[in-house]
Design a protein around this ligand. Structure first.
Ligand code: FES
Length: 139
């Protein structure tokens, strides 16, 4: 494990201990909640879109879970503003792993992608493409 990897691990711990954009938005365009059923950890994501109805303006999250799931949610709240809903829909697991910057074991992939799946499903529900109460990371 090189220095670079250590730096990313520190960054994950920092996001876990000092989550960015934690809490609820006052007037979200949509919010959605999801759970990793293997552990019961949950994440709720609130998204406010810009006036064009396409561009993500603000994102916040709340929830309980392991360091990777919570850090991933915290990092996403910083990464998503400025992206369009189309760009969001194209994000995949590799993008989340790249964002985290460390190797994620297959066991922890569900932790890493929980927030991404929640916000993607929330966007699809908002756009009328999906009818779902709660997201789970069960495939
Ligand atoms: Fe529950 Fe990671 S152990 S999301």
């Amino acid at each position: 494990m090189g220095m670079g990897s250590d730096m990313y691990r520190q960054q994950i711990l920092d996001h876990y201990k000092n989550p960015r954009n934690h809490g609820a938005l006052e007037d979200p365009t949509f919010s959605h909640v999801g759970e990793n059923p293997s552990c019961g950890d949950t994440i709720q994501i609130d998204v406010q879109l810009a006036d064009d109805g396409e561009t993500i303006e603000y994102v916040s999250f709340s929830g309980d879970g392991c360091a990777i799931s919570q850090a991933s949610a915290s990092m996403l709240t910083q990464q998503l503003p400025g992206m369009t809903l189309d760009e969001l829909s194209e994000m995949d697991t590799d993008d989340v792993v790249d964002m985290l910057g460390v190797d994620i074991s297959p066991m922890r992939i569900k932790c890493a992608v929980l927030a991404e799946k929640v916000v993607q499903d929330g966007a699809k529900i908002h756009e009328g493409e999906l009818d779902l109460d709660e997201t789970t990371t069960e495939e």
